[in-house]
Design a protein around this ligand. Structure first.
Ligand SMILES: NC(=O)C1=CN([C@@H]2O[C@H](COP(=O)(O)OP(=O)(O)OC[C@H]3O[C@@H](n4cnc5c(N)ncnc54)[C@H](OP(=O)(O)O)[C@@H]3O)[C@@H](O)[C@H]2O)C=CC1
Ligand SMILES: CC(C)(CO)C(=O)C(=O)O
Length: 312
């Protein structure tokens, strides 16, 4: 009965393809929207392909440019990079009706503000995911290991639409919970990304390249700043949990270039606006000094400008 449920995915890169493969594999009717024609062709021809610890998941999906669609699902997952969210939403404006809902699991904060330009708060949910994904070829991703998803509707109220989505994600084996404390998880991931992504992007180091006293001291300065902003903002983000995640990354993410470094090297817009920039906005409003985060934001933005990166 549930296998005719439909879902849209905005952005068919690493995460979009992972979620498409897993959700289509349990019977959902998945539509992906992207701007890359080679990718769209591959998805329509071969389906969404995702290499997992259990083997290859491959499932039929529909993929199109926004302007090719005349009708769309009533529920969308947002998986563009944050600099592209507004343009992507404007692209599907003609598909958004009075019942259209959105979930953003993007890194950083501030996504609900962008979504609110298109739909009211009660139809928006935000959260985090620890599922990893990496593009291998168009429409083919690798997602090894396990992950989880935590999200909460932005108005703080449970709703049938988002409850059913959580059920679908759990049927797809993605370990999803609806979590009233999700802001803690969001700010903990924000601190982690502000530190690793910023320092690695500026220094051109992989994650394990920071496993030395200088690198770890710099990471700690950023973590302390972001956590102090979170606490002043009323979010009880845990220094212990972030510290453990950082230690694990330093010890195990050998050779990994955080996405911000990958984006810079490829001449793409980074997510420094939704990560460092968003921390600065809250810090400035609350009068908290965050000099290292501010400097990282300036340095990453200057590097982006050097590569003439423009948001689309
Ligand atoms: N990858 C990971 O392991 C994780 C990523 N995240 C977060 O998830 C989000 C998505 O990340 P990821 O999947 O890695 O990113 P990708 O860059 O792999 O995918 C984003 C896709 O969106 C496309 N896109 C750009 N502009 C538009 C538009 N206007 N309309 C529709 N599609 C568009 C991009 O095309 P093009 O490439 O041509 O620009 C690309 O195919 C980010 O916020 C990231 O931080 C969270 C957890 C883990
Ligand atoms: C992989 C990780 C966790 C950074 O180490 C990340 O979030 C990113 O690359 O953006």
């Amino acid at each position: 009965m549930e296998n005719t449920r439909s879902i849209g995915i905005l952005g068919a890169g690493a995460m979009g393809t992972l979620f498409a493969a897993r959700l289509a594999n349990v019977g959902l009717d998945v539509t992906l929207v992207d701007v890359n024609d080679e990718l769209l062709q591959a998805l329509n021809r071969d389906g969404a392909r995702c290499h997992t610890d259990e083997g290859l998941l491959q499932a039929r999906v529909r993929a199109a440019r926004a302007e090719q669609l005349t009708a769309g699902p009533a529920l969308w997952l947002v998986f563009t990079k944050s600099a592209h969210t507004r343009a992507a939403l404007q692209g599907i404006a003609h598909l958004i009706g009075p019942d259209t809902h959105f979930l953003s699991l993007q890194n950083g904060i501030g996504h609900a503000d962008v979504l609110r330009e298109m739909v009211p708060l009660e139809r928006i949910a935000v959260g985090v995911t620890t599922w990893p994904a990496r593009v291998m070829s168009p429409g083919e991703v690798s997602s090894m290991g396990q992950g989880g998803i935590r999200f909460m509707p932005c108005d703080g109220q449970r709703s049938a639409v988002f409850d059913l989505l959580a059920d679908d994600l759990n049927r797809a084996g993605m370990h999803c919970s609806i979590d009233p404390q999700v802001q803690e998880a969001i700010w903990e991931k924000l601190a982690f990304n502000a530190a690793f992504n910023g320092v690695c992007a500026v220094t051109r180091q992989t994650v394990d390249g920071l496993a030395n006293p200088q690198g770890e001291a710099l990471l700690q300065r950023v973590l302390d700043e972001v956590l102090s902003v979170a606490h002043a903002h009323g979010v009880a983000a845990s220094a212990e949990r972030v510290g453990a995640a950082v230690r694990d990354a330093l010890d195990h993410h050998r050779g990994h270039q955080p996405s911000m470094l990958q984006d810079l090297l490829a001449g793409r817009a980074t997510e420094t606006g939704a990560i460092h920039g968003a921390v600065l906005k809250v810090a400035d409003r609350l009068g908290i000094a965050v000099p290292v985060t501010r400097t990282l934001h300036a340095l990453v933005s200057l590097s982006e400008n050097a590569g003439a990166v423009a948001p689309r």
